[in-house]
Design a binder for this molecule. Structure first.
Ligand SMILES: [Zn+2]
Length: 620
């Protein structure tokens, strides 16, 4: 083990390393005037930049949390490196050969094993990449080459991403790296090898296609490995375990190649797999990254926000692509929960054919991949559509329930100025008036249970409601005056009645042979009572058979006609409301036939409604 780094060399490293360049690897900086730069602090959570860098003085300082120092201190804090590791890293960067002095006895011994550990682990990975990529051209790697070729990746693409092959055998990599001077412990700590039950060291990956995973600065810190043979054990994808340099909650595959474009475009595309990242980059979407064997989480957001310089003033765009399947949608909706944790505007791009970017590029070409990203939709829109799709919007109940479920999503919108826009959109999607939707959103935003919205027309009306009264009157006419009311009464279906017990009685009258076939008297009333399927309806029949009609004097055909017209009026207007709502939701261009059919139905119903209104007003 080398000794202490010479003081002159440390000073040289400090002098030569550009602090702006070093920090720019992980934090996007913009001008703060007077030659200074600023960005979002990587050491505390903030939404407006208080992290300042002075290239002239070669220092950085955060006014938010008080952290600060030189380039060495930055690497130590940001990358969790020891002092020696940070100096070694900077020296490699500026091309300086470090000189070491003999071990200083006053240096605490227990610090020694940590010194240079990161560099050793990174070096082991670099050697492993070299080994694995060489293996990809061997006869044994045919399945790996075929896997890549079948997904549209040629040799140049495989080389650009450093794809490799972990060969057959228990320990070819381990032996190779041991020969190159890496210790047993280093290989285990790096996650490249693991002890077998026998105690000897074996390779972690065998018979798999490998993708090297790099950090922001381009160092390889781990691997993702795809199973190629069905008879092999283990999951389809296997990743490097958690190590001192590989933190899966922060790692984003492709970030090293994508970071400049992410910062430049203010946009990042999050895809699901290694091949999707490759496909996106090659298709002209250079901002694509993927998580490695873990869900997209808060740490990933932190890494991206600093690259996007995502502040309240500047909104970076995060675009998630998901398969159209249930798992993908669930992931997207979970992302909506996370949405509040970063200011950036979040979008969803779902391929209409449920293809991931890799499949899409293969089937339809580069343009289709770029188009997928271009057709992104705001996450809120996606989530609303998803919620609404679970309800039948052709019924009032369905629309009201969909509104109740969707309102909290709109209420959650961080950007309150967008709420009115989404209230309008939601009302349009549901085919409802804006006002009840607005009330539902306000109620959800205030956390109060929602005010009762306009009740759906088909629910049970109150017993003393006008609709209920007119239904009662119609049933009384059928029971007491069957000869007079029979034909008109029988012509109106049970579906036009809204109170459930009235529906039962109306059905019982039909089952007893219909009012038109009856003559007034106890026999008729008994027959209806017997046909009732529940006790409440039977009791009601007894009541209605004796309750006086609401007309002074004898009932006549005009009175029956008015009563039956009023009774139908309620259900016809409810059906008109449903149809109007459905028409609002039909695209007249793409669904022309449905649109005109529904429109025709609406016109005839409105005609019917006009006729009923005249009839209810007393005309026959
Ligand atoms: Zn800070």
């Amino acid at each position: 083990m080398a000794g202490r780094i010479r003081d002159e060399d440390i000073a040289l490293v400090r002098e030569r390393a550009s602090i702006a360049e070093v920090i720019s690897d992980t934090v996007t900086l913009k001008s703060a005037g007077a030659g200074n730069l600023k960005g979002l602090c990587p050491f505390h959570d903030e939404k407006s930049p208080s992290f300042n860098v002075s290239p002239a003085r070669n220092v950085w300082y955060c006014f938010g949390c008080g952290a600060g120092g030189d380039a060495i201190k930055f690497l130590m804090d940001a990358e969790h490196l020891s002092f020696v590791e940070a100096v070694e890293r900077l020296a490699a960067r500026v091309g300086l050969q470090l000189r070491y002095v003999e071990d200083d006895r006053s240096a605490p011994r227990r610090e020694r094993p940590q010194q240079g550990q990161r560099q050793r682990l990174v070096a082991a990975h670099a050697a492993a990449v070299e080994f694995y990529t060489a293996q990809l051209t061997t006869a044994g790697a045919r399945a790996a080459r075929e896997f890549l070729a079948q997904r549209g990746f040629d040799r140049a693409a495989a080389e650009r991403y450093g794809c490799g092959f972990a060969p057959e055998g228990w320990d070819p990599l381990t032996r190779h790296l041991r020969q190159r001077g890496f210790s047993h412990d280093e290989l285990v700590t790096a996650g490249l090898s693991r002890p077998a039950r026998s105690g000897s060291l074996i390779d972690r990956f065998r018979r798999r296609l490998l993708w090297p995973i790099r950090d922001l600065t381009g160092d390889v810190i781990g691997f993702g490995a795809r199973k190629l043979f069905d008879d092999d054990d283990g999951p389809k994808y296997l990743n490097t375990p958690e190590t001192p340099i590989y933190k899966k909650s922060q790692v984003l595959y492709g970030i090293d190649q994508a970071k400049r474009e992410i910062a430049k475009q203010g946009r990042v595309v999050v895809v699901e797999g290694y091949t999707d990242v490759m496909a996106c980059h090659l298709a002209g979407v250079p901002t694509a990254v993927a998580t490695c064997g873990t869900a997209f989480g808060g740490d990933h957001i932190g890494v991206l926000r600093r690259l996007l310089l995502d502040t309240d003033a500047v909104a970076g765009e995060i675009i998630f692509t998901f398969d159209g399947d249930a798992a993908g949608q669930k992931a997207a909706l979970r992302a909506f929960e996370d949405d509040q944790r970063f200011v950036g505007r979040t979008f969803i791009a779902v391929s209409p054919d449920n293809m991931d970017p890799c499949d899409l590029r293969l089937a339809k070409g580069d343009l289709a991949v770029r188009d997928l990203v271009a057709r992104r939709e705001p996450l809120v829109d996606f989530a609303l559509r998803h919620v609404i799709s679970r309800f039948d919007l052709d019924t009032v109940d369905g629309r009201v329930e969909a509104m109740r479920r969707a309102a909290p999503l709109v209420a959650k919108l961080k950007d309150q100025e967008k709420r009115p826009e989404y209230v309008r959109k939601l009302a349009g999607d549901l085919g409802m008036e804006i006002e009840p939707v607005q009330r539902a959103v306000l109620a959800a935003a205030s956390g109060r249970p929602m005010d009762t919205p306009a009740r759906p027309a088909r629910s049970e009306p109150a017993v003393d409601s006008p609709q209920s009264m007119v239904e009662r009157e119609a049933l009384k006419l059928a029971l007491q005056e069957p000869v007079l009311a029979g034909p008109m009464f029988d012509a109106v279906e049970a579906t036009d009645y809204r109170h459930p017990v009235h529906v039962v009685v109306r059905t019982a009258i039909a089952e007893a042979g219909g009012a038109a076939s009856a003559t007034a008297g106890a026999v008729w009333v008994e027959a209806v009572r017997d046909a009732c399927e529940d006790l409440a309806a039977q009791a009601l029949v007894g009541e209605l058979a004796v309750e006086p009609l609401r007309i002074d004097g004898e009932p006549d055909p005009r009175y029956v006609s008015i009563t039956m017209a009023r009774l139908q009026w309620g259900s016809v207007t409810a059906r008109i409301r449903d149809l109007k709502s459905r028409i609002q939701r039909i695209n007249p261009v793409s669904n022309k036939d449905e649109y005109f059919a529904t429109f025709g139905e609406l016109l005839s119903l409105e005609q019917h409604a006009r006729a009923l209104r005249e009839q209810a007003a007393g005309g026959l």
